[in-house]
Write a protein of this length. Sequence first.
Length: 154
Amino acid sequence: MIHITIPSCPMVKKNGAKTSLFMKDKKSGQLRQRPSPVHYYTDAYKQWAKEAIKACADYKNKNTDIEYPSTDRFNLKCIFYINVNRVVDLSALYEGVQDVLAGNAGVWKESVPARLYQIIEDDSIRFIGSHDGSRVVLDYVNPRTEVYLEEFKL
């Protein structure tokens, strides 16, 4: 079993994120379509993702007996400890965790290669079979995300 603790309140990747389909041409100053869309995430998500990347990298450095990225199939159990009593979209919280575990955090791309923090091969159903046991808990003092990757059983 893999257990990773990500400090700080979990953030949703989608809320407030912006996608840019156009860019300003440097020569003419006119707008033109980008070859591929660029996503701009909120500062809160970026900060959380950086903490998650550090936690995954620390785990990999301390647990060198496991081959990364893992190609096993897992049950991803996440316990999200939040410090604000609000409505939370659990599936959106999963998205950020799964992206970090799969090396697709969306931040620090140019300076931190995914191989330094990637835990699982991909976040598809081939590698994450379920989310059994996950929940959101209120904790005003110590917000965090406890991530457990357990062997997947039918």
